[in-house]
Write a protein that binds this ligand. Structure first.
Ligand code: ATP
Length: 217
């Protein structure tokens, strides 16, 4: 089973890494592919280049068995639609291997506005990492039909289920980290030290790159 976590990763932080590890372990997935997107279809342009975002994710996954970076969205022209990504992954792994597209509840809330969302469910399961407690009060019919809390269904079928799982809540966002860096504050302990070190060396997200060295002493 392959778990896929797409995002802008601008920058990657523990709010991405910890839920990915918890879901990987609970599903018994073989790998988690962190997939930085090139041009996010649902939001504005990232603050730093694709090359920087990729370099940060590569540092973040180092040393964790099963975690890896998949560059296919960065190498493709045009907007990063998940359905295109899953089609290309499916062609590589064959019809039978389970694929699981992981997302937070915030992202799942807008799932039906995604490009060809129904085709996505034909290609992969959707795994929703949510806060503890009931994920949805009045689930729509299509969700009720596809929903499961049984990891075995995800392991035994290649696609089509929606799996809800509560994960440790880490109130961390890339937006807040970028704002801290702009203000000259340290975001340490919100993201891996190796990523922060890269940000510091490259002078990313700072308004005044010239005097950044003092900020991370
Ligand atoms: P930004 O603040 O720039 O919007 P972000 O921190 O939300 O960024 P993204 O790269 O946009 O990060 O997120 C990729 C995926 O990770 C999304 O599915 C999102 O729901 C999930 N995610 C982001 N932060 C967290 C978090 N703290 N806990 C759980 N999931 C998260």
């Amino acid at each position: 089973m392959i778990l896929i976590l797409g995002g802008t990763f601008d920058p990657v932080h523990f709010g991405h890494l910890r839920p990915a590890l918890e879901i990987m372990e609970c599903l018994g997935a073989d790998e988690v592919r962190f997939m930085p997107c090139r041009i996010p279809p649902h939001r504005g342009a990232p603050a730093v280049s694709a090359a920087h975002r990729l370099a940060m994710v590569e540092r973040a996954v180092q040393g964790q068995p099963g975690f890896m970076v998949d560059r296919r969205e960065l190498e493709r022209e045009g907007p990063s639609y998940s359905v295109d990504t899953l089609e290309s992954l499916r062609a590589e792994v064959g019809d039978q291997r389970p694929l699981c597209l992981m997302m937070g509840m915030d992202a799942f809330g807008g799932f039906r506005s995604w490009h060809r969302w129904q085709d996505i469910l034909g290609l992969a399961h959707v795994v929703v990492a949510h806060r503890p407690g009931s994920p949805l009060r009045d689930p729509e019919d299509w969700i009720s039909e596809a929903a499961t809390e049984d990891p075995a269904i995800l392991r035994d079928t290649p696609a089509g289920a929606v799996f809800f799982r509560s994960v440790t809540q880490l109130d961390i966002s890339a937006t807040a980290i970028r704002a801290m860096l702009r203000r000259g504050e340290s975001p340490r302990y919100l993201l891996p030290d190796s990523v922060l070190e890269y940000i510091r060396l490259q002078g990313l997200y700072a308004d005044h790159p010239g005097d950044r060295s003092a900020r991370f002493a």
